[in-house]
Design a protein. Structure first.
Lengths: 102, 188, 634
């Protein structure tokens, strides 16, 4: 294979995942959290495609496509929730949205 | 000699493209996470997705790259941008108020995860990850993807359609006007 | 024959279940008809059994029917067995015959009561329990019937459960019976341990070897059985429940506390006489207790003012006679007296019930008088009963009491002493019985009577009158079953089961008869002198012997003694336990368990902050830790 080996792609994927996780943990606006979530999903996709290439098995690409579909569905619902919450004139801050406390 | 030269030339090209794409990937990722203005974060996500598409192309996943651009960058991010426009894109400052326990622990945890996996990869890079299979030109082509979807992974194919349906219905319900809040507004 | 026996046993039980299940769907009268009809069926079956037994040879008259094994515990096997022999058939005839008459009477007496169906169901339950008791083929089934008659008695004594006095009386009866049950069970334990069985035949055969004649074990067994008999038959010292049991309706008093349940003690002693004969001292103790009760109850009856209480003490006294009889081995005579006593005592109670019914519930004899003119048939029935009770020939009581007395004479010094007590008792019996008769029925009607007397077309409803009539006839003729020196049908009938001591004959017998007759007529004469007209002679006697009158009116302070000895300490212990042990330790620990769980859960719930970021952070940290773990392990 030309270019760097699979290991490099995997390391990229992990760093991207950690960046996304960091974003989910740090930010307070739910919109940005969703964006960071997308980063993490894409990192997973990259790892899948890399492994598919390494093993010569296109099932990994199928998996990645499915992940994309699911990510799309999740984004729709997450955004819908955010819109519904904002309609209630509640501030979009996950630290304030605590009505589910025990 | 020509073959070797050609091989090394394409190798250098591939390396160059790879490094560019990787840097863009990481930079846009950090940008998504760190920009205060959400609008800029969404734009940075587009850049991220584009670099990912390039990396997919390098990995012989043409169809996936195309789908990535069309679906992700062309639909999902647009949806994000619509919602941002609707909501006004409030900014929030993550570093306001100094280093809290949450923030510090978040940095440590994320770094730990990354480091651990890198260590594992480095340990395995020698043996398991060094054998890359030889693939034909048809690998990752729409024809092969389609064939796989309709034979081995037919169930996944059908189920994803149901998932999308559910998401669409859910989105409509969530987005439609809630009776109480609107009635209150009209009464007031 | 088996079918007859089991039908006789279970027919009242079916009636109980039917009344309970049908509930309000049948009217009240039908419930009574159901109960009495079932008892009549039992009586018919019993009569058939009697005739079948008659057709057999005397040695061949004991049939044990065991359809299935009821209880198995190791080597001990106890069957659900029913014993048909002369003794059990005798008791069955008394129970079902008199029971049937009283159940019919009760239909009229309880008419209009709110919960009449419950009454008839309980009555049928009682008949079933009593039949189980007398038909049992082994001691465990007898104990089962024993307990169930105690239960039925409790249920029927506080039938009018809104009345506090009735509830207290029911509890008292049940607890005292429970004391007797406890001693009974202890005796059974010893029997099982020594003989390995509870069947009558096995136990009686093995007892002489297993227990030994006069040994401690035999004495203990006999004492235990005696304790049960004393409690059930209201003899000293477990007698205080019987007068209080008069809180129940009059037919209950007639059936349970005169004719049948209280005689169960006598039946028990007769049935287990082989065991008593191994401990002669205990048997004689039974006789002594009977004599003491006889005297004491007779004396207390002299000052009672409640018509039913007089008859209750009289019952206690007469059962004392039966205990005296079995104490010295006169089983046949005692059973004979049991039968005649059932007739005339039930008759007396039912006549008293007619009086109470006519006076709308009044039971104080000081408010009665002159009822002979108003209720002539009741008066005649009561007179028959009183003459039978006082043992005046040719009424039944004369023959049966005399049978017991003449069996006592030739039995050594104890026999003579008990005979003497019996003669004094005959005097007292005549006295208190006719005191009651004269006060209630003679003289001028009391103002209360003039106000409250109400009569139906006849003196009472027909359903109440004809059973009284039947019993009156029986009280007259039943005595002739056993005429001294001529024939002894009852004793001969019971001979295959229990051998009785022979009665005295010749001069001694005549002497006994004359003495008892003289005592009885003497008592009647004194009563005539004192009570025929309401004068102040009784008051004068009371003035001369104030301490005696006081003691008797307080029933010799038995109740007060038991209260101080048993009830107060027990309730104090219970209160102390409640305060010190049950409250702090038991209740608080349970409560503490609940509170503790709630505290812990509150603390755990504090982890649910509702902040999404916190949850995700926990996830991320967990993931990091897990990754290290996997690294290390792999």
């Amino acid at each position: 294979m030309l270019g760097p080996g699979i290991a490099a792609y995997l390391i990229l994927s992990v760093v991207l995942f950690a960046t996304g996780a960091f974003g989910v943990l740090i930010r307070r606006s739910p919109l940005i959290i969703l964006l960071a979530l997308e980063l993490m999903l894409n990192a997973g996709n990259l790892a899948l495609i890399a492994f598919a290439r390494q093993l010569g098995n296109a099932d990994g690409q199928i998996f990645a496509l499915t992940v994309m579909v699911v990510a799309a569905a999740e984004a729709v619902l997450g955004l819908g929730l955010i819109v519904a919450v904002s309609r209630k004139r509640v501030e979009l801050d996950v630290d304030r949205l605590t009505s589910l406390r025990g | 000699m020509e073959v070797v030269l050609a091989a090394s030339a394409s190798n250098i090209l591939v390396w160059f493209v790879w490094i560019a794409a990787a840097l863009a990937l990481l930079a846009s990722g950090v940008a998504v996470v760190l920009f205060a203005n959400p609008f800029f974060s969404a734009l940075a996500l587009i850049g991220n997705l584009a670099s990912l598409a390039v990396l997919y192309l390098l990995l012989a996943g043409e169809f996936v790259a195309g789908a990535q651009v069309i679906v992700y960058a062309g639909a999902i991010v647009i949806m994000f941008v619509f919602v941002l426009a609707y909501l006004g894109g409030r900014a929030d400052a993550p570093w306001a108020g100094g280093p809290t326990l949450q923030n510090v622990t978040a940095i440590v945890a994320a770094a730990a995860i990354a480091l651990e996996v890198i260590v594992v990869i480095a340990l395995k890079a020698g043996d398991d990850l060094s054998n890359t299979a030889q693939v034909t030109g048809a690998f990752g082509s729409p024809a092969q993807i389609g064939e796989l979807f309709l034979s081995n992974h037919l169930l996944a194919f059908e189920v994803t359609s149901i998932v999308l349906l559910v998401a669409a219905v859910g989105g409509v319900i969530l987005g439609s006007a809630m009776p109480t809040s609107d009635d209150e507004e009209e009464a007031a | 024959m088996d079918v007859l026996a089991w039908t006789a046993l279970f027919s009242p039980a079916v009636a109980v279940v039917a009344i309970a299940l049908l509930g309000e769907r049948i009217d009240r009268r039908s419930a009574g008809l159901l109960a009495s009809g079932a008892t009549f069926l039992s009586f018919v079956c019993t009569a058939a059994l009697f005739f079948q037994l008659l057709g057999r040879e005397p040695e061949n008259r004991s049939i044990l029917s065991t359809p299935w094994t009821w209880l198995t515990a190791g080597d001990l096997k106890i069957g659900a067995s029913v014993l048909i022999d002369p003794l059990s058939v005798f008791m069955m005839l008394v129970v079902t015959g008199v029971g049937f008459l009283i159940l019919v009477y009760a239909i009229g007496y309880m008419d209009g009561d709110d919960e009449e169906r419950r009454y008839h169901a309980y009555k049928a339950l009682f008949i079933f329990s009593m039949l189980l008791l007398v038909m049992a083929g082994n001691l465990l089934l007898l104990l089962a019937g024993w307990g169930m008659v105690g239960l039925s008695s409790y249920l029927l004594i506080n039938y009018w459960h809104q009345r506090r006095a009735a509830v207290e009386a029911g509890k008292k009866a049940f607890v005292m019976n429970a004391v007797g049950d406890a001693t009974f069970v202890l005796a059974l334990f010893i029997l099982v341990q020594q003989t390995g069985s509870l069947d009558f035949s096995t136990v009686f055969a093995a007892a002489p070897d297993a227990l030994g004649d006069g040994s401690t074990l035999a004495v203990l067994v006999a004492l235990g059985l005696l304790g049960g008999a004393v409690a059930k038959s209201a003899q000293v010292p477990l007698h205080t429940w019987l007068p209080d049991a008069m809180e129940g309706p009059t037919p209950v008093s007639a059936l349970i506390h005169a004719a049948t349940m209280v005689t169960a003690g006598v039946y028990l002693i007769v049935r287990t006489s082989p065991l008593f004969e191994l401990a002669i001292d205990v048997q004689e103790l039974a006789g002594i207790l009977g004599a003491v009760t006889l005297l004491m109850a007779g004396l207390i009856a002299l000052v009672q003012t409640d018509i039913k209480r007089v008859i209750a003490y009289s019952t206690m006294s007469q059962i004392g006679y039966m205990f005296v009889g079995v104490g010295l081995g006169a089983y046949g005579a005692s059973m004979f007296h049991l039968m005649t006593h059932a007739f005339f005592k039930a008759l007396l109670f039912m006549a008293a019930g007619l009086v109470i019914h006519a006076l709308s519930g009044e039971q104080d004899i000081r408010k009665m008088g002159g009822l002979a003119r108003e209720l002539p048939w009741t008066y005649r029935a009561f007179l028959v009963g009183a003459l039978a009770l006082a043992a005046i020939p040719p009424f039944a009581g004369f023959f049966s009491k005399d049978a017991i007395l003449s069996s006592l004479i030739d039995q050594g010094s104890l026999g003579w002493i008990l005979w003497g007590v019996g003669i004094v008792g005959a005097f007292l019996t005549g006295l208190y019985t006719f005191r009651l008769l004269f006060i209630v029925f003679f003289g001028e009607p009391d103002p209360y009577v003039r106000e409250h007397l109400h009569r139906e077309r006849f003196e009472g409803p027909l359903s109440m009158m004809w059973p009284v009539g039947v019993l009156a006839v029986l009280s007259i003729v039943a005595g002739f079953l056993q005429v001294p020196e001529q024939w002894h049908l009852v004793t001969e009938w019971l001979d295959p089961v229990v051998e009785s001591v022979p009665e005295a004959t010749g001069g001694l017998a005549l002497f006994s008869i004359l003495a008892s007759l003289g005592a009885a007529t003497g008592g009647i004469a004194v009563a005539w002198a004192l009570y025929r007209r309401p004068g102040d002679r009784p008051a004068a006697i009371r003035a001369r012997l104030p301490w005696a009158a006081n003691a008797l009116e307080h029933k010799l302070w038995w109740d007060e003694a038991y209260d101080a000895l048993f009830y107060r300490p027990a309730s104090q212990v219970a209160t102390w336990l409640l305060g010190r042990i049950e409250g702090p330790i038991v209740l608080r620990s349970l409560g503490g368990l609940g509170t503790g769980v709630r505290d812990v859960s509150d603390r755990v719930a504090a982890a649910q902050t509702g902040r999404v970021r916190g949850y995700v952070l926990a996830l991320a940290v967990g993931l990091a830790v897990l990754a290290i773990v996997f690294l290390v392990v792999a």
